[in-house]
Design a protein around this ligand. Sequence first.
Ligand code: ZN
Ligand code: ZN
Length: 240
Amino acid sequence: MQHDASRLCASHPAAGIATCPHCGTFVCDQCVVRHDWGALACRECVERRRPRFPLSWEQRISLRSWWQTFATVLRQPRALFSHFPELAGPRALGFAAIGTLADQLAGEASPAQSPWPLWLDVLSVLTLTPLGAAALWVVLRLAKPETSFGTILTAIWLMDGTYGIVFAPLSALDPEGLRAGVTIALGAVAMLVVYVRALWFLTRRRLGAGPGLSAAAIGAYFTVVFGLSVALLMLADGPT
Ligand SMILES: [Zn+2]
Ligand SMILES: [Zn+2]
């Protein structure tokens, strides 16, 4: 980023202050957009959705970057999912696996028997998430044919990994008998906090859907995921 007060902004007769890193346009104080994560860009590039969030998990794999990514999903969902990066599939799946495994281990340690066996967790991350992502993708594609399935899938795997960690204490501490009511209610709150906010910013800002289309796509995602989860749980319980 260069600073040169002797040159003028590309769109105003005002002193330029910075060069947009995406297109090289020289912009003034009014035309510059400052992102939450400290980067600058011109307004046109922001409208074209060029800036991407510098996600730790995309840059390196370590305990520290895992923790930073978990915290970012919870604390900066707007900045992250509005500018979601092109995250590699295996990396995103790795993040989901860590959170899911932590939740599973917490469930094993619980005095109450977990109704959600390991094979169901694995099946969930490997099939429920892609099917839910596909439902969301199909709805968005009706209006936005250029919508990327990979962006949706990797973003939801980050949500899965985060949800696993948020839900783990509930899996571990749940006293017997309360699971059906309290755990499901708290799980639904955790799901709202982790998924709904993130999916809203992802579909509205990153993928450019209107509010109606965004709500329909998120609805399609939850319908598929909840519908199949209930079916799998009944399958796991077996005939009674
Ligand atoms: Zn630009
Ligand atoms: Zn300007």
